[in-house]
Ligand binder design. Structure first.
Ligand code: FAD
Length: 412
């Protein structure tokens, strides 16, 4: 087992909190989290889901604290505007599949993880890391973290938990950049009590609904919130060509901005392609609370080298269709804790982490890419689909994978 040592964690979000906690519990002498944001991290979209089997495993491993608010989901319903009855409020239900997940509020999940971080962890807010390099000090080569104020500090281990635009990634995978999938998601959420204003409610609380339309799909589910249940929705489609926005480089578009063209395009899509109930439901989120995020993916050739480890979205950018982002970040932290226990040196720790998480991350990227192609880029003729057609379409997307939401860490 590696003893003592200093660990810098770049990024203090889901992966960052989980890695900092794992390093402190494993016995690191000093753990420093460098987070560029000052104060509490603000929610950026709000809802996410974790598969029940992943959650149970992560809780047993100590990576997911018990007691964080969550909402139970059991089934996923696929609906489409019925060409034979376009005014039918809720559309035609063509498939219902099991969906053993719980939904979370991002801010409440983050707060639970942050509060579970041991008190010995030093959190430096407003510390933007500009580069990580390997430097010679006292006859040893160690990773060195450079911050925006010009300060440089060497650590035994640096964890890049700095998300999809990771700076740390450049140190071990130079030149690798997230690839724009060709579409965006519009996201929103609102107080579930507003559903009463829609009149009839064809939507059971334990059901996720996917509203299907030519060229995309929209996932709607309830989540817990600080002041009661909320409705969370994520709508995937290509952005309007006229908007003139550039998404090919992730630094070119600040997530969250809704331009007038993007707002108009959403309104037109709802009017044209959504069953009336679902169009009115999405419109309950006012434009100023509607977010837009371009969808990217990226698999890295390696997730560890020379005392530097990549975690969560910094290691792999997975399209959200796989519903695995938070679970994957927490699994990375569990694998890190286990690698620490078994390793006799930092190099051994890095090799064990790479073996445990490298291929697993790349599999998630590939599966989510297939899901994105089938559910957005090359949508089937949903209007003609029945249960049998949907089941076979789903199996093709999975391509042999047992399901979505990530896989167990302890595979049989
Ligand atoms: C504020 C915020 C809100 C989110 N809200 C949602 C949500 O509502 N629903 C959802 O599904 N997913 C959300 N996500 C994404 C989700 O958390 C991740 O996909 C998943 O949990 C894995 O996250 P991560 O910790 O690897 O990366 P991220 O969550 O992207 O976190 C990266 C962290 O690193 C910090 N950082 C980045 N660059 C630097 C740097 N150079 N120096 C120092 N710090 C840096 C960022 O500020 C951020 O806190 C959110 C992410 C963030 C940051």
């Amino acid at each position: 087992m590696v003893r003592g040592g200093t660990v810098a964690v770049v990024g203090g979000s889901i992966a960052g909190c989980a890695f900092a906690a794992a390093a402190a519990r494993a016995g690191a002498d000093r753990v420093v989290v460098l987070e560029r944001t000052r104060g509490r991290l603000a929610d950026r979209g709000v809802g996410l889901c974790v598969h029940d089997d992943r959650a149970a495993e992560l809780t047993a491993l100590g990576a997911l604290p018990a007691g964080i608010a969550r909402h139970r989901l059991t089934r996923r319903r696929w609906v489409v505007k019925d060409p034979a009855a376009p005014a039918s409020p809720a559309g035609r239900l063509f498939w219902e599949q099991p969906f053993p997940f719980h939904s979370y509020h991002w801010g409440l999940l983050w707060r639970g993880l942050r509060e579970a971080t041991p008190a010995s962890v030093v959190h430096r807010q407003g510390a933007a890391v500009t580069a990580v390099a390997r430097a010679e000090a006292h006859g040893r080569r160690r990773p060195e973290v450079v911050t925006a104020d010009g300060a440089a500090e060497a650590y035994d281990l640096v964890v890049g938990a700095d998300g999809y635009r990771s700076v740390v990634r450049d140190a071990i995978c130079p030149g690798s950049r997230p690839h724009y999938a060709g579409y965006v998601c519009w996201r929103g959420n609102f107080d579930a009590r507003l559903l009463d204003t829609l009149g009839e409610d064809p939507w059971p609380p334990d059901a996720v609904t996917t509203v299907c339309f030519p060229g995309g799909s929209c996932v709607v589910y309830r989540i817990p919130g600080p002041d009661g249940t909320r409705v969370n929705w994520v709508l995937y489609a290509a952005p309007p060509r006229a908007a003139g926005l550039r998404f090919d480089d992730p630094t070119s578009f600040p997530p969250g901005h809704l331009t007038p063209e993007l707002a108009t395009s959403l309104a037109e899509l709802l009017a044209r392609a959504f069953p009336p109930y679902w169009a009115r439901l999405i419109a309950l989120t006012p434009p100023q609370d509607t977010f837009v995020q371009p969808i990217y993916d990226l698999e890295t050739a390696r997730t560890a080298a020379g005392g530097i480890l990549l975690a969560g979205d910094a290691a792999t950018v997975v399209r959200p269709h796989n519903t695995s982002g938070a679970a994957k970040a927490l699994q990375d932290a569990s694998a890190f804790a286990s690698a620490w226990r078994d390793a006799a040196s930092w190099d051994e720790l890095a090799s064990a982490y790479e073996a445990a998480r490298g291929e697993a991350g790349r599999e998630l990227v590939a599966l989510a890419r297939r899901l994105g192609r089938a559910q957005v880029e090359q949508t089937p003729d949903w209007a003609a689909m029945d249960r049998h057609g949907a089941e076979s379409w789903w199996r093709t997307q999975l391509g042999g994978a047992p399901g979505i939401g990530g896989q167990a860490m302890s595979r049989p």
